[in-house]
Write a protein that binds this ligand. Structure first.
Ligand SMILES: Nc1ncnc2c1ncn2[C@@H]1O[C@H](COP(=O)(O)OP(=O)(O)OP(=O)(O)O)[C@@H](O)[C@H]1O
Length: 464
């Protein structure tokens, strides 16, 4: 007991020394988002000294996944205090010299004994080494795929050859392109191939997911804003259109763009100028627009959810990517490629897939397309202890007593006997990382979390 008290006293007196020993960067902020404290690892990570940061608004660090601010009783309040906590958020911060560093952010709110909020604490884990490793894997993957791939797109069928021909001719023109295709068919890869083959290849390729950004921030994301344009706009910010100048902008999920933004986008495309929010000074831009959607824009237009004039403006060259079930002859090559890729990533030595297992994959209807096929191969890597994939290693929807596949046919955790076992194997393969485990299983993080709770599984991070 005495020992415990002593340790407690030690922590109370020396907590700063303790947090200075941490490998993760740590930052305390007050409710307005002003920096109260940073540890040594954060100084090292962002190349600022403690003195330079203390008292500054945390916006100085330009987190690209910032919680934002609310205004409560006319006072600025960091939105973390409304959200409560945030875990494993992949984001980037600006270092003092302007370079961005990728980190994993976790944050929570600290309250005193009476429940009054006192501060927010954020920890930042440097992802540079992980990203370097991913890049290495990507290069090796590219090397492996050379000869079999068209700018990252795999498939030699005549159906895919037609798509490649269309990409090549579309890349030569400057006209706006719209890419249609079901989810997981490779629309982003096609957009990036068009950019790489175009005269704009050396300029930026900027991606915007129109469905992922909330309507309030979409305008400033796309067109930028000036300091003071709205509460929380503490500095000028370049929009994505300006960032894409001389290059291409990829507007993914354009069918989800709110009507108000459609009108603004149309104006920008007509005038080839943007105006930052809070400023009426037009800025000329030279950007090639590539859009994509898995929605039927004709239906959206009939329902008055998509503007007809914008439809004609963005859809000068339509490219439709076929669903995987329309070119099953590509499946063996895709499977081989994804097995090679998974071997690099998961460090197993699975060399082949048995013919009966491959036949099952070729005969399947692939509602989630190539993304689903990748998930299936990664799933088999978790399950298969041998060097050959056989039907018993495939997920539930390929088993004889199969139940209907779930949304997009992703590998579902569905048989009660092996459910727990599957979860444990995926967690092990993911080294205890929940996002990775969810990805391996082809389910969302929230679904994984529910399964873990149901099966009473806790992840002991220290074991990895
Ligand atoms: N032909 C292909 N060859 C190799 N990989 C592919 C191919 N098509 C898609 N992929 C891979 O499948 C995954 C999904 O592709 P992508 O994100 O481009 O699909 P999408 O059509 O944009 O999907 P969504 O509409 O859901 O955003 C990615 O990992 C991508 O690399």
């Amino acid at each position: 007991m005495i020992q415990k008290e002593k340790i407690k006293d030690y922590f109370c007196d020396n907590w700063k020394d303790v947090v200075d020993k941490m490998k993760e960067g740590l930052m305390l902020v007050d409710v307005q988002g002003n920096i109260l404290y940073v540890n040594r690892a954060l100084e090292d990570l962002l190349h600022y000294s403690r003195e330079e940061l203390l008292g500054q608004p945390c916006d100085i660090l330009e987190c690209d996944n910032c919680f934002g601010h609310d205004v409560v009783d006319k006072e600025r309040r960091c939105s973390l205090f409304r959200k409560g906590d945030v875990s494993d958020l992949h984001c980037s911060f600006k270092q003092k010299n302007g370079t961005r560093v990728e980190v994993l952010k976790n944050a929570t709110v600290l309250t005193d004994k009476s429940g009054v909020t006192v501060a927010g604490v954020e920890t930042l884990t440097d992802l540079t080494a992980v990203i370097d490793k991913e890049k290495e894997i990507c290069d090796l993957r590219r090397e492996l795929n050379r000869g079999n791939s068209f700018h990252g797109l795999i498939g030699n069928s005549s159906t895919m050859q037609q798509v490649y021909e269309l990409i090549k001719s579309a890349a030569l023109s400057n006209a706006p392109i719209i890419i249609y295709g079901e989810s997981g068919t490779g629309k982003e890869l096609v957009a990036s191939a068009i950019h790489k083959l175009s005269r704009r290849a050396k300029s930026p390729f900027i991606k915007v997911n129109c469905a992922a950004l909330n309507e309030n921030i979409l305008e400033s994301e796309l067109f930028g804003h000036t300091k003071g344009a709205f509460t929380g706009a503490d500095r000028d910010r370049t929009g994505r259109f300006e960032a894409a100048n001389k290059g291409s902008i990829f507007l993914d999920e354009i069918g989800d763009l709110p009507l108000s933004m459609q009108t603004k986008l149309l104006r920008v495309l007509q005038e080839q100028e943007v105006e930052r929010v809070g400023d009426h000074q037009p800025i000329s831009i030279d950007v090639r627009v590539i859009s994509a959607t898995n929605k039927n824009l004709n239906t959206l237009m009939l329902e008055h959810k998509f503007r007809e004039d914008l439809f004609y403006r963005i859809g000068v060259i339509p490219i439709t990517i076929p669903p995987l079930r329309n070119h099953p002859e590509d499946i063996p090559l895709l499977v081989k490629t994804f097995i090679d890729n998974a071997n690099l990533k998961i460090e197993k030595d699975i060399t082949t897939i048995r013919k009966d297992a491959l036949d099952l994959l070729v005969d399947y209807h692939w509602p989630g397309n190539i993304r689903e096929l990748i998930n299936v191969i990664e799933y088999t890597f978790v399950i298969c202890p041998e060097d050959e994939i056989t039907p018993k290693h495939l997920p539930q929807q390929f088993q004889k007593d199969n139940q209907p596949a779930g949304h997009f046919g992703t590998p579902q955790i569905s048989t009660s006997q092996n459910r727990r076992e599957q979860l444990l194997q995926a967690i092990k393969a993911a080294n205890g990382n929940k996002s990775e485990a969810a990805r391996i299983l082809g389910i969302s993080r929230v679904t994984l979390w529910k399964h873990l709770k149901k099966h009473n599984i806790t992840i002991d991070k220290s074991a990895y």
